[in-house]
Design a protein around this ligand. Structure first.
Ligand code: ZN
Length: 234
C-alpha cells in the first residue's frame, strides 16, 4: 500500500495542495502528463478512441484528493479543437479524464481569434504536444456553410461570422453525388483548411519548428464512434 497520509511539513505561508489533503504522490503525478512527445500524444488519443468505440473505456473518474491536487496546475498533453455538436464530447470519445485534454469547442471547429488565443496559450504556457482539429459526421455548421449566399445572409451576424470561417473550405469541392460522401468530403476539407490556418499562426509554427508539437486533422464518425486521423495531402 502506498502511504496516503497528507504531508504536513510545509510552512504556513505556503498554500500547497498538501493543505488541501492531496498526497505527495498525487502532486508528483500532476507534473507527469500522459504523453511527452507529439508521437506519444497521438498514440494516447488513438488508444483512447479505440477503447471508446470498442466499448471498453477506462474508469476516468478521479478521486476527491486527485481533484484537490489538480487545483495547483494542469498538464494537458493535447489541444483538441472540436465542434460544439452535442454528439462529439471530446473527453469521452478519446477516453481521457480531467486534466488530459485542453478542449476547445465551437460550431464548425473554426480557427478564429478566440480559438487561436486559447491555442496559443496552451502551446506557450501548458506545453502541449499535439493540436488536433476534429471535424465530424453530420456537421450542421459545415452544411450551413455550403448553402447559397442568399440563404446564409438570413442568419444572424454572429452565425454568419462562423460560416464565413468555413465557406472557403467548401467553396470548390469536387462534385460527389452520394450525400453522405459529399458531407464527409466537406467536413474533412474544412478540417484540412483549419489545420492550414493553424500552421500559419506564428506561435504554432515556432512550436512545430522546435519539435514541441504536431498539428493534425481528424474526423469523428458518430455512427461507429471511430476517429480517423487525416494524413497530410502533398
Ligand atoms: Zn459540427
Amino acid at each position: 500500500m502506498m502511504n496516503q497520509t497528507p504531508v504536513t511539513s510545509q510552512s504556513a505561508s505556503q498554500c500547497g495542495p498538501q493543505q488541501r489533503g492531496a498526497t505527495m504522490e498525487e502532486v508528483a503525478h500532476l507534473k507527469d502528463p500522459a504523453a511527452n512527445t507529439p508521437e506519444e500524444a497521438l498514440h494516447a488519443l488513438r488508444e483512447g478512441n479505440m477503447r471508446f468505440y470498442s466499448g471498453t473505456p477506462h474508469n476516468t473518474t478521479i478521486s476527491a484528493n486527485e481533484r484537490r491536487a489538480q487545483i495547483m496546475a494542469q498538464t494537458p498533453f493535447a489541444v483538441v479543437l472540436g465542434c460544439a455538436d452535442s454528439r462529439v464530447p471530446v473527453e469521452l470519445i478519446f477516453d481521457v479524464g480531467p486534466g488530459d485534454i485542453f478542449g476547445i469547442r465551437v460550431a464548425g471547429n473554426v480557427v478564429e481569434q478566440s480559438t487561436l488565443g486559447s491555442i496559443e496559450y496552451a502551446v506557450r504556457h501548458l506545453k502541449v504536444h499535439l493540436l488536433v482539429v476534429l471535424g465530424h459526421e453530420g456537421c450542421g455548421a459545415v452544411a450551413a456553410a455550403m448553402l447559397s449566399a442568399e440563404k446564409r445572409a438570413a442568419e444572424s451576424e454572429n452565425v454568419r461570422f462562423l460560416l464565413e470561417k468555413i465557406e472557403p473550405a467548401v467553396r470548390d469541392l469536387p462534385p460527389i453525388r452520394d450525400a453522405k460522401a459529399r458531407m464527409r468530403e466537406a467536413a474533412t476539407s474544412n478540417v484540412r483548411y483549419q489545420v492550414e490556418m493553424l500552421r500559419q499562426n506564428s506561435v504554432v509554427a515556432a512550436a512545430i519548428a522546435r519539435g514541441q508539437i504536431q498539428v493534425i486533422g481528424a474526423f469523428y464518425e458518430i455512427g461507429s464512434g471511430a476517429v480517423d486521423f487525416l494524413r497530410d495531402e502533398e
